[in-house]
Design a protein around this ligand. Structure first.
Ligand code: NDP
Ligand code: 8X3
Length: 247
């Protein structure tokens, strides 16, 4: 199961899972995109279910989950990917609605989906949860304030999950990418494409497929091996703030 599969990293992870022969549950709010992606993934001779819900609504999450046939309510892998940054302002100029959107999506949304999926994994004593964190979960940079806080929360939740799910044979991993060129920056800058493009100007960022490759490595280890955490950066990025741009 991949949340936020209508775009970027989630979409690339869904394609990777299909290539690996997984039947897949793809989720997001944009039904059209999910339906198109489902058709595309089915070319790999796998089955695909689409679930349309907003991760910010625990009720929507639960309703969508229980609409699945029982045999589908048993994912081997859950990729908690749905998330966003909204705005990039000094904290004193931050927008309350942006803050709520990030906390409700990146933190409470991840919890809502996990809370719904974990009980089945526990009863089957089988599962792998991969939380998509960020370099913003490791470092705090100027104007990143609440987005960084939300991803630091993802890091703490991941560690907590790993400890609490230990007796239940459930692997818990997190992946923390640096800059990945997706719709992320367009959304962060509220549709300002010019500002979004500047983020990647003069350097080669990661692409969504690079992150999916790393997730593929995580899910293809032997049963006794877990990749706790992976920090994946473009070669042109040394930290949240040090980048090498040409030109
Ligand atoms: P995209 O904007 O391309 O994709 C975001 C996905 O999240 C979409 O599929 C979107 O689906 C989904 N989503 C957002 N809000 C909600 C919501 N309320 N309910 C359900 N789904 C939602 O960005 P990325 O692929 O880059 O981002 C994926 C994850 O990777 C995020 O958690 C992000 O923080 C993280 N990340 C991104 C990096 C980057 O530089 N791009 C770097 C490090 C981490 P829909 O709109 O259809 O609901
Ligand atoms: C997204 C990457 O550098 O904007 O998580 O924090 S960054």
């Amino acid at each position: 199961m991949v949340t936020g599969a209508t775009s970027g990293i989630g979409k690339a992870c869904a394609a990777m899972l299909a290539r690996n022969g997984y039947n897949i549950i793809i989720t997001g709010r944009r039904a059209n995109r999910l339906n198109e992606l489902a058709q595309h993934l089915e070319n790999n001779q796998v089955e695909v279910k689409t679930l349309v819900f907003d991760v910010r609504s625990k009720e929507e999450v639960e309703k969508a989950w229980h609409s699945l046939p029982e045999e589908w309510q048993q994912p081997d892998v859950l990729i908690n990917n749905a998330g966003l940054a909204a705005g990039a302002d000094p904290i004193h100029d931050g927008d309350w609605d942006d803050w709520e959107q990030m906390i409700d999506t990146n933190v409470k949304g991840l919890l809502a989906v996990s809370k719904t999926v974990m009980p089945g994994m526990i009863s089957r004593k089988h599962g792998h949860i991969i939380n998509v964190s960020s370099i913003a979960g490791k470092e705090v940079y100027a104007n990143g304030n609440v987005y960084c806080a939300s991803k630091h929360a993802v890091e703490a939740i991941t560690k907590g999950m790993r400890i609490d799910l230990l007796p239940h044979n459930i692997k818990v991993s997190s992946i923390s990418p640096g800059m990945v060129e997706t719709e992320f920056s367009i959304i962060r800058y509220h549709g300002d494409k010019e500002k979004a493009d500047k983020v990647y100007e003069g350097l080669t960022p990661l692409y969504a497929e690079d992150v999916a490759d790393a997730v593929e490595f995580m899910i293809t280890r032997s049963a006794h091996v877990n990749v706790n955490d992976m920090l994946l950066m473009p070669a042109a990025q040394a930290s949240a703030v040090y980048n090498h741009r040409e030109g």
